[in-house]
Design a protein around this ligand. Structure first.
Ligand code: NAD
Ligand code: UGA
Length: 457
């Protein structure tokens, strides 16, 4: 079969895999090859046991795999044959040297850029799909265009806005697709090539174009704004607990103002995920490096509020359980950082489990999809047990704490759970997803977030 364009994607993770699967499904005329240094990941993409859990993803992959979607570890070959190269490698927070703890670690990105230069024999469009500090394209162009073969590389910023758990839906019907380029002749030509890919299924008015710096910065800012909403509502949940106001009622009243909007106003035990924290730290670092200390502090406070929310949740658990949890079995319901994913990166449950374990509680972790990752995250701790079945996890427990808003926890037979628990039985709802009055009537002492507790003593 003759393909009209060959696209490579370097990095077969949570972003590269789903994004390319959707492009391949929607554009059978393009050949899409996804490559990674991790053999295990690539092997898994070639089976029906995909390396990530994402609703609907297997169907999309199966629609295109072997037809025009390929997974491979031969990175060099993919670079050589493709006209367009998306790069979606990880860009974690730097853990060493200058900027440690805040700046983005760009070593993986730079390695890829050098590999692209080494292998290329023809001009390429290199697309930044990873989330990167504003101005990265400049550095990348300097590396890419410093080649003695006179090959021209055009760098495009096309940040990804998908959320895990809804990735397929987000990719099929994105709020917007953002494509930033230089406003030079070759930049505009490259921009149009990328627009043409998305225009195969995304309405044209949802495809935004901009200069490359605006695109890079908009990604960091979008994540910062989303996280800021959660920290805002979480800060108010603490105030509600002191004043007998109800956070659900407050969020509803505030969110119905159409200028504010009702989404992302769910108080929680804290936000997790691989990106919010790292991207805000990155934004903070960038602001500091330009001498904008007040701006840096403003955004850093979003993270401080998140840490406060996690800390005060555990403190409340210990306080309410008579100030000691030594030897008490405590079941965490949910370990993923949100529902419908197996991803546990930066999950608030990691912090909570560690803190409870240090207080010498006997922690049992339950989750329908994330136990494998939980075992890795908590490997250093002794005495943690893992039990997929929530009914089993509750046996002999003094407390259940809901960490993830999995639907399954809304519909449990809570009477059964109450029966097998130690008494008094405690329920800490870190997501406000169960019917608190009903559980109180069953006999639980219930601690919602941002609402008065319902206690039998
Ligand atoms: P990930 O860790 O799941 O995937 C990255 C992949 O890149 C890994 O499989 C790794 O093996 C591979 N890789 C690293 N160096 C490589 C190299 N030199 N050659 C080939 N492969 C290499 O990360 P992710 O969650 O997919 O995130 C990737 C980027 O996308 C990050 O910048 C992130 O901020 C951004 N992002 C993530 C999400 C999300 O929901 N996870 C959403 C939007 C944007
Ligand atoms: C987030 C953004 O929503 C995506 O647009 C972005 O592309 C992505 O980060 C990224 O750059 O990685 P994601 O982290 O997958 O997506 O998931 P979210 O739905 O944003 O949830 C993040 C965290 O906030 C979760 O722990 C979730 O439980 C929590 N959350 C979310 C709340 O506590 N309250 C809310 O109202 C919403």
């Amino acid at each position: 079969m003759m393909f009209s364009k060959r696209i490579a994607c370097i990095g077969a993770g949570y972003v590269g895999g789903p994004t390319m699967a959707v492009i391949a499904m929607k554009c059978p005329q393009y050949k899409v090859t996804v490559v990674d240094i991790s053999e295990a990941r690539i092997k898994a993409w070639q089976t029906d046991n995909l390396p990530i859990f994402e609703p609907g993803l297997l169907d999309v992959v199966k629609a295109a795999r072997g037809r025009n979607l390929f997974f491979s570890t031969d990175i060099d070959a993919a670079i050589r044959e493709s006209e367009v190269i998306f790069v979606s490698v990880n860009t974690p927070t730097k853990t060493f040297g200058e900027g440690a703890g805040k700046a983005a670690d760009l070593q993986y990105w730079e390695k890829v850029a050098r590999e692209i230069v080494r292998e290329s024999r023809s001009p390429k469009i290199v697309v930044e799909k990873s989330t990167l500090p504003v101005k990265t394209a400049q550095t990348m162009e300097n590396i890419l265009n410093a080649n003695d073969r006179k090959i021209h590389f055009e760098v495009i910023s096309n940040p990804e806005f998908l959320a895990e758990g809804t990735a397929v839906q987000d990719l099929l019907e994105p709020d917007r697709v953002l494509i930033g380029s230089h406003e030079t002749e070759s930049g505009l030509r490259a921009r149009q090539e990328i627009v043409d890919i998305y225009a195969k299924w995304v309405p044209r008015d949802r495809i935004l174009t901009s200069n490359v710096w605006s695109a890079e910065l908009s990604k960091l800012v979008a994540n910062a704004f989303l996280a800021q909403r959660i920290s805002s509502i979480n800060s108010i949940s603490a105030l509600c607990e002191k004043t007998d106001a109800n956070i659900l009622e407050v969020a509803r009243a505030v969110g119905m103002d159409s200028r504010i909007g009702n989404r992302f106003l769910n108080a929680s035990v804290g936000f997790g995920g691989s990106c919010f924290r790292k991207d805000i730290l990155n934004l903070v670092y960038i602001c500091e490096s330009y001498g904008l200390h007040e701006v840096a502090q403003y955004w850093e406070s979003v993270l401080e509020m998140n840490e406060f929310q996690e800390t005060r949740f555990v403190r409340a658990m210990i306080r309410e359980m008579f100030n000691t949890i030594v030897g008490k079995r405590i079941a965490l319901f949910g370990f993923a950082f949100k529902a419908n994913t197996s991803d546990t990166r930066e999950s608030p449950a990691i912090y909570i489990a560690k803190k409870l374990s240090r207080e010498q509680a006997r922690v049992v972790i339950s989750d329908p999809k994330a136990l494998d990752n939980a075992r890795i995250d908590l490997a250093e701790l002794e005495g943690i047990t893992y039990q997929e079945d929530p009914y089993q996890a509750a046996v002999g427990a003094h407390a259940v704490a809901i960490m993830t808003e999995w639907d399954l926890y809304r519909t449990l037979e809570w009477e059964k759970i109450f029966d097998v628990m130690e008494k008094p039985a405690f329920l800490f709802d870190g997501r406000n997803i169960v019917d608190h009055e009903r559980l109180f009537k069953i006999g639980f002492n219930v601690y919602p977030l941002g609402r008065p507790p319902l206690k039998h003593f």
